[in-house]
Design a binder for this molecule. Structure first.
Ligand code: ARG
Length: 469
């Protein structure tokens, strides 16, 4: 048990209390950010004359060596310390002696931890964004290759109208594009530095908060020290964006699972991304998609947990806020893992174009177009709808598709039908006539694909802003 604050205590902390209170088991995850923050703090203390240049340089060098030693496995983060901040400071004092004791001048663990979590979350925003961009590349490639791949579009999981695979994929492209834009918004809003807020009321030292903010790639310092130490809005926003990403991935996974089922066989998941059964030799299961769908709940859980933790906390710092870490870390790793795995599965998945076409063709997906045919020949839409309804009933009875009926059979239901009906309701016509922007028709689709390609090429690269070393 090693603590920074023993002075006013006359008794040892109870062991159970110590363990309950300690956070080193999980906050060591941001040791790099903790050291990064300390380096910036000490450089600033040196420039402001609060420490001598020499003291400042010595501490910076030693912090760099501690970071390198942790990275190389020479130095193990020991859980006999209360938290990562104590571990780094104690190691510094151990290596440097009295000079090391000056590190924490003009700083509290409250602004320190607020900074560390913000730096760590900012990195997650960037890494999640990179992964989403890779996923969008995969989706766009599938779109470019499948402008003519006809499949049924569904509502209520019932075949509705023919679309293309490019069009279906394009819906997910839009979703993940919005997810990226949410991350960009969060980045811009969160990128202010809480260091220098002290415990809650700033400090009496002449700190240069602009300098530390700039050294760590922030736009500037936060403007209220009480808010600086107790704001976790950015993390709630990130968990909310992560939850939305997971919701989108989960919907997509659900579709992959349905498409991969024996009944549909629209897709085949690559062997490398499926698993077998221990008892049923014929099985090839879509476990990755199921896990992504299943893990969504964990990320929602982290969001609900933090919202609940924060709702009753008076200003400023309270220990409840230590609970912002474990579930958030889990959610961050989960969302990144899920995007990467889903991307791998999607990039290697085979689409069974014949099955998709046959499914679209066999499910009366051209019934709307058959009604439109009648409308174009002067029948009011409501009457046309009724006539085609009767036609579908007849087809079900005869076990035939609309275009398998003879012209006589069609005319028996409505004399308006002529020989050109067959062309008017072919799958190809149904798709290619849908030309308004956003629709599956090839010409409309190609324009959208061009725009999406330009978005991926020219897109604001958040990486250029700043990336933690
Ligand atoms: N482990 C603490 C946390 O995560 C660090 C801040 C401790 N501050 C304090 N006043 N006890 O929030």
């Amino acid at each position: 048990m090693a603590q920074l604050w023993g002075g006013r205590f006359t008794k040892e902390t109870d062991k159970l209390v110590y363990n309950f209170n300690a956070s080193i088991g999980f906050d060591q995850k941001f040791y790099k950010q903790d050291i990064e923050g300390s380096i910036a703090h000490v450089i600033m203390l040196g420039r402001q004359g609060i420490l001598t240049k020499e003291e400042s340089n010595q501490i910076v060098d030693c912090l760099c060596s501690i970071r390198a030693d942790v990275e190389n496995g020479v130095l193990e983060i020991s859980d006999e310390y209360e938290d990562i901040h104590s571990f780094v400071e104690a190691t510094l004092i151990d290596r440097l002696g009295d000079v090391g004791k000056k590190l924490h001048t003009g700083r509290s663990r409250n602004d320190q931890v607020a900074l560390d979590m913000r730096l760590y979350t900012r990195l997650q925003v960037l890494e999640t964004d990179d992964l989403l961009k890779e996923l969008l590349e995969t989706i766009l490639k599938i779109m470019e290759e499948n402008v003519d791949t006809i499949m049924p579009g569904f509502t209520h999981l019932q075949k509705a109208q023919p679309i293309t695979l490019a069009h279906h994929m394009g819906a997910y492209f839009e979703m993940f594009k919005r997810d990226r834009s949410r991350l960009h918004d969060i980045y811009v809003r969160m990128n202010y530095c809480p260091l220098g807020s002290g415990a809650l009321a700033g400090t009496t030292y002449p700190l240069d908060r602009e300098l530390t903010a700039e050294l760590m790639g922030f736009y500037g310092p936060t403007l209220n020290s009480m808010d600086g130490v107790s704001d976790r809005d950015y993390l709630i926003e990130f968990l909310s964006a992560a939850s939305t990403i997971m919701m989108h991935l989960s919907r997509f996974s659900e579709e992959v699972i349905i498409w991969n089922s024996n009944e549909y066989q629209f897709v085949e998941i690559d062997d490398a991304y499926s698993t077998g059964s221990s008892i049923m030799p014929q099985k090839k299961n879509p476990d990755i998609a199921e896990l992504v769908r299943g893990k969504t709940g964990r990320v929602y859980g982290a969001l609900m947990s933090l919202l609940t933790t924060m709702k009753g906390i008076p200003l400023a710092y309270n220990k409840d806020m230590q609970e912002d870490k474990e579930l958030s870390f889990d959610a961050m790793d989960t969302v990144k893992g899920c995007i990467a795995l889903f991307n791998g599965m999607l990039a290697t998945m085979k689409f069974n174009k014949e099955r998709m076409y046959a499914s679209a063709n066999g499910g009366f997906t051209n019934a709307t177009d058959a009604a439109d045919y009648l409308v174009n020949h002067g029948v009011p839409f409501r009457d046309a709808h009724g006539i085609i309804g009767q036609l579908v009933l007849y087809c079900i009875d005869q076990k035939k598709a609309i275009d398998e009926l003879s012209l006589e059979e069609l005319k028996a239901i409505s004399p308006v039908f002529e020989a050109d009906i067959y062309d008017a309701i072919s799958m190809e016509t149904c798709v290619s006539k849908r030309l308004t922007i956003g629709a599956p028709g090839q010409e409309a689709m190609k324009k959208v694909i061009e725009e999406e390609r330009a978005y991926l090429n020219e897109d604001w690269d958040i990486d250029d802003e700043y990336k933690i070393r």
